[in-house]
Design a protein around this ligand. Structure first.
Ligand SMILES: [Zn+2]
Length: 475
């Protein structure tokens, strides 16, 4: 049984008990260390407090399609910052495409109300002044969200509420705030791994699926306690779901695989596909780092599925595509989830690799012919696409910003298909044993952080291969 409330209460109480920040910080570190050893996730990826902590208390009204939330976020910041403000992404405004999906009524920093600014295209940023020069800030928000009735990453359709990107999310700070405006193509999101402790209240007649571990619902009140540690973002879905479950063993510990669906005549096979992918990718690349994985059937326009921390969606589609989407989204738990990368400027790194893994899963289970056939198909379709568009100036360069792609078709061809072919080419050149060994190094060295092409080059160097000329030629 999980116990998130004691953990989060200890963390926040510890933070405010004393007035001297350094004492607070030491106490906080100690509490976090102890909590990490004994709290809800016994295999917590990182014990020290060096990443954001989100405490969200939210109510979802399933009739009005609204969220009301109070959120407390602890964020560590560098000692020397030139900026005197903190930046949060209001992805809700951008994803819903209306600019006013989220209404923030109050922001407090270290318990003091502050004036804040909402700015950027589609009102996608919130800026608030940093008072003092601390390295640890407590930032509280009160907000409400109108969830649109559309097939979006934040939307309600076919009786399923997909609630992702609904909360103010700390922007990434790497020598400056990353002001990444939302784009229609790709996944223009970038965030540090964080710990989420969420209390959700909703209709008792519905089922909630979420990132991380979800406590059994209190039937009378419809209240769930959710704990998701070390995830890059937090998402949930609420609906009248059927649920299929399976516990698997990864690295000597249990991982709960859950599949929430509305219509699937082969639900056991879908669940097995997800469980098998978690097992096989764990064996190949390194252990799945979370105690649970939830897959949700939710329709998103223009997308076969969407990845989130320890959680993914899959859109209804023809069976073979559906199972491919399941494998693809599970692969993202390694590439994007645990190993983050710049999804705005180097989307090939997580998408190309996850697309490669979609088919490599067949190779890993022993069906080399199916894998080989899939790669040949991708190669043929990519070549035809490129040949048709080369006269029109089609660029095959992979390392480029999402804003440079004119259409989703171009983005998918260059980033997914050519990305998958790149990884297959490297695999073919170095051999499977060295390829898998290098990918294990890449995973282990960059787990819960960020990787780039140099991280990939370094990983292959440990196996005696310099792939930089290949990347230079293809990127
Ligand atoms: Zn993907």
């Amino acid at each position: 049984m999980i116990s998130p409330p004691p953990l989060k209460k200890q963390i926040f109480m510890t933070f405010f008990r004393g007035k001297i920040l350094r004492v607070c910080l030491l106490a906080l570190l100690f509490v976090c260390l102890i909590c990490a050893l004994c709290a809800c996730n016994k295999s917590s990826p990182r014990p020290a407090f060096s990443r954001p902590i989100y405490d969200i208390n939210m109510t979802y009204d399933a009739k009005a399609h609204t969220i009301d939330a109070k959120q407390e976020t602890l964020i560590p910041l560098p000692e020397k910052m030139t900026e005197d403000y903190v930046l949060f992404n209001l992805y809700a405004n951008a994803v819903a495409g209306v600019g006013d999906a989220i209404s923030v009524s109050e922001v407090k920093i270290n318990r003091k109300s502050v004036d804040f600014e909402i700015c950027g295209k589609n009102n996608c940023f919130l800026k608030a002044p940093l008072l003092g020069a601390d390295t640890l800030y407590d930032i509280c928000f009160e907000y409400s969200v109108n969830v649109p009735e559309e097939k979006l990453r934040l939307g309600v359709s076919d009786g399923v509420a997909l609630l992702s990107f609904f909360y103010p999310s700390a922007a990434r700070y790497d020598g400056g705030w990353r002001e990444n405006e939302y784009l229609e193509i790709g996944d223009p999101f970038m965030s540090d791994c964080a710990d989420f402790y969420v209390t959700l209240k909703t209709s008792p007649s519905l089922v909630a699926a979420a990132s991380g571990e979800v406590s059994p619902m209190d039937d009378e009140d419809g209240v769930y306690e959710i704990c998701a540690e070390g995830v890059r973002d937090f998402a949930l879905a609420i609906g009248d779901f059927e649920v299929a479950k399976k516990d698997i063993q990864v690295g000597g510990r249990d991982v709960a695989i859950k599949y929430f669906y509305s219509q699937d005549e082969a639900s056991d096979a879908t669940l097995s596909r997800a469980a098998n992918a978690v097992e096989m990718f764990s064996q190949a690349f390194g252990d799945y780092p979370y105690p649970a994985f939830s897959l949700v059937q939710a329709d998103i326009d223009g997308g076969g599925g969407m990845e989130y921390g320890a959680f993914a969606t899959v859109s209804p589609s023809e069976r073979e595509n559906y199972l491919d989407a399941v494998a693809h989204e599970v692969a993202h738990q390694w590439w994007y989830g645990a190993v983050g990368s710049d999804q705005i400027n180097s989307a090939w790194l997580d998408e190309g690799l996850s697309e490669f893994c979609t088919y490599y899963l067949d190779f890993l289970v022993g069906d080399r012919k199916k894998y080989g056939d899939a790669i040949k198909d991708i190669s043929r379709s990519y070549s035809a696409f490129a040949q048709d568009l080369r006269p029109a100036g089609f660029s095959e360069k992979m390392e480029r910003p999402l804003s440079s792609f004119l259409t989703t078709g171009e983005y998918v061809a260059v980033v997914y298909k050519q990305g998958a072919l790149l990884f297959d080419m490297i695999r073919g050149l170095v051999g499977d044993k060295k390829f898998v060994a290098a990918m294990r190094v890449y995973f282990e060295d960059n787990k819960f952080g960020f990787a780039d092409k140099n991280s990939l080059i370094s990983a292959f160097k440990t196996q005696g291969y310099d792939i930089s000329p290949i990347l230079a030629a293809r990127l």
